[in-house]
Design a protein. Structure first.
Length: 508
């Protein structure tokens, strides 16, 4: 699924109107109808009580007026407060005329702000994607008033005052919604942690926007959902054997962190790899062999950390990092690995696929001269702190995305910036946000599981690099969701994610 800019959203609107030969009020009616339907499923007229709709002067306010009419007709007690303006949009005026006389309407002024009881339900239709500047003056006063009222706020399309696709001053006045009901496509702003307090839970409503425009819109922003990854995992052929699915090598673990190696190996095996060999420090031998009998195991001459790189010839992909530690000898192993992996493999003509995580990323961050050794399409899986060590502190979430994109382009690699909406950046500068996963996955070891799963998918000869990583990120989150359905988010541990990789992959 694409993510469009605010300007493109407007073009999409126009394209839909032209292609379908409908008046623009018809599209507004669809949007208002979809909103009202969502609202009616979440609040009974009794639970909502008297519901206030705050309407701005543009089409977002027009949506609000139409919503007020539809909910009134459905039996809700409605009242409307209008933000004064020099002019209102044509569709706003149309819906103002259609508002039943029985719905009380007040004009807002600084002296008469709408009265809002604590717990009251308020529909925010002040501004949508047509916002051109941060709120100031009366609109800012109204929003600040709403935010202090302890109301239950549902935003139409986007919380008023929030830019859909661009950074804004940190002190901007923005509606703090509990729910945002948006139309057609997610907005970039919804996917960034800095906006969570404004957006609340967001919900997408289908309103029949032009499929032709959606398919052809030029954008670098994408949203990975079930439809995106459908069919990405080739079926296992009847006469396949373990050699068909690749032999992966995992370099992981150190004293006290063998669990990272065990979890990562488990995920790799559940990810469908043909064979897995783990190279681990001597101290981890019993732990590893007992907990992962399906994997083969090579031990380092060092007891507590990894100091040697095994012969790479047998392997179709290598993962390094989970629980590795940052010993100087392990840094040398990483350096040798990067140098050795850059030569094209006989079979594929491509460099050996690498997945680099955790302490291996921290080593890259403290020895940045190694970055230029990264073979093309290497997968890096930093969380925001690890990414900062590879680059620089980001001013805000938008700046971090810029740094991410630039990094992936500069080093021609696939960078997985982990978080609630994990973002995969490609060497061509695309950003793919993931839709699966839950806060239960904010627990030690979840990232190690992702590394193992990505390693399995990179060892699979039939899946191209980018598709493998996008699928792995999606399936990892989905496995977390399936796990949390059993344990609850609080009780979820990384091992539960491993156990649900199989079911998650069979869904796609
Ligand atoms: N696309 C779709 O799929 C569909 C879209 N639909 C709906 O349309 C919405 C977009 O509507 P829109 O374009 O009319 O813009 P909107 O957000 O109402 O505001 C524009 C008005 O606000 C003003 N204004 C701006 N900034 C301001 C500020 N800081 N402070 C004060 N004023 C400010 C601006 O005036 P000006 O900038 O000229 O001063 C103008 O008057 C979209 O979010 C969705 O709800 C659905 O109906 C159908 C499907
Ligand atoms: N709130 C969240 N919602 C969805 N996924 C999350 C959330 N928090 C963490 N995750 C996922 O869990 C994983 C955590 O990785 P990481 O921070 O490396 O943990 P660890 O180092 O403990 O293994 C990432 O894949 C991340 O996307
Ligand atoms: K709004």
């Amino acid at each position: 699924m694409h993510i469009l800019s605010a300007a493109q959203t407007h073009e999409l609107d126009q394209a839909t109107i032209e292609e379908q030969g409908i008046p623009s009020v018809e599209l507004m009616e669809r949007a208002a109808g979809a909103f009202a339907e969502w609202f009616a499923r979440h609040f009974t007229p009794h639970a909502a009580g008297e519901t206030l709709v705050l309407c701005g002067p543009g089409n977002n306010g027009g949506d609000g007026l139409a919503v007020a009419r539809l909910l009134y007709q459905a039996g809700y007690a409605m009242r409307v407060a209008l933000l004064p303006a020099d002019k209102q949009s044509a569709d706003w005026q149309h819906n103002r005329r259609r508002l039943p006389k029985a719905v009380p309407v007040a004009e807002i002024s600084a002296e008469s702000l709408p009265h809002i009881m604590p717990g009251a339900v308020v529909i925010d239709a002040l501004f949508g994607t047509g916002l051109t500047r941060p709120l100031a003056g009366l609109p800012a006063t109204v929003v600040a008033h709403l935010n202090t009222a302890a109301a239950r706020v549902v935003a139409v399309d986007i919380p008023s005052g929030l830019f859909a696709d661009a950074p804004q001053p940190a002190d901007s006045i923005i509606v703090r919604a509990q729910h945002t009901v948006s139309f057609g496509l997610p907005k970039l702003a919804f996917l960034l942690p800095q906006n969570a307090a404004f957006v609340g839970q967001w919900h997408l409503k289908e309103i029949g926007l032009s499929p032709h425009f959606l398919a052809n819109a030029a954008t670098d922003w994408h949203y990975t959902d079930a439809a995106t990854v459908a069919g990405a995992l080739p079926p296992r052929p009847k006469f396949s054997h373990k050699g068909t699915f690749g032999h992966a090598l995992l370099l992981a673990g150190s004293r006290g962190k063998m669990g990272a190696a065990v979890l990562s190996a488990g995920a790799c095996l559940r990810g469908g790899v043909g064979l897995l060999t783990a190279h681990i420090p001597g101290c981890g031998y019993d732990i590893f062999q007992i907990s992962q009998p399906e994997a083969m195991c090579l031990t380092d001459t060092q007891a507590d950390f990894i100091s040697e790189l095994p012969e790479l010839k047998p392997y179709q992909a290598v993962g390094i990092g989970p629980g590795l530690g940052q010993e100087a000898a392990s840094l040398e192993v990483l350096r040798q690995l990067l140098k050795a992996a850059d030569k094209p493999l006989e079979k594929t003509g491509q460099p050996l696929p690498l997945v680099i995580d955790a302490d291996a990323l921290n080593l890259l961050g403290s020895h940045r001269e190694l970055l230029k050794l990264l073979p093309e399409n290497t997968v890096l899986t930093p969380h925001p702190k690890e990414f900062e060590r590879l680059t620089e502190p980001a001013r805000d979430d938008y700046h971090r995305l810029e740094l991410l994109r630039d990094f992936a382009i500069q080093y021609r690699c696939l960078v997985v910036l982990k978080g609630a909406y994990t973002c995969l950046a490609t060497p061509t500068g695309e950003l793919h946000f993931n839709s699966t996963g839950n806060a239960g996955m904010a627990t030690g070891g979840s990232g190690d599981v992702l590394t193992g799963l990505l390693l399995a998918l990179r060892a699979h000869a039939q899946i191209p690099a980018f598709e493998a990583v996008r699928l792995g990120v999606y399936a990892h989150g989905r496995a977390g969701d399936l796990g949390a359905a059993q344990t609850g988010q609080v009780g979820l541990v990384a091992g539960d994610i491993v156990r649900h990789i199989g079911p998650a992959l069979s869904e796609v």
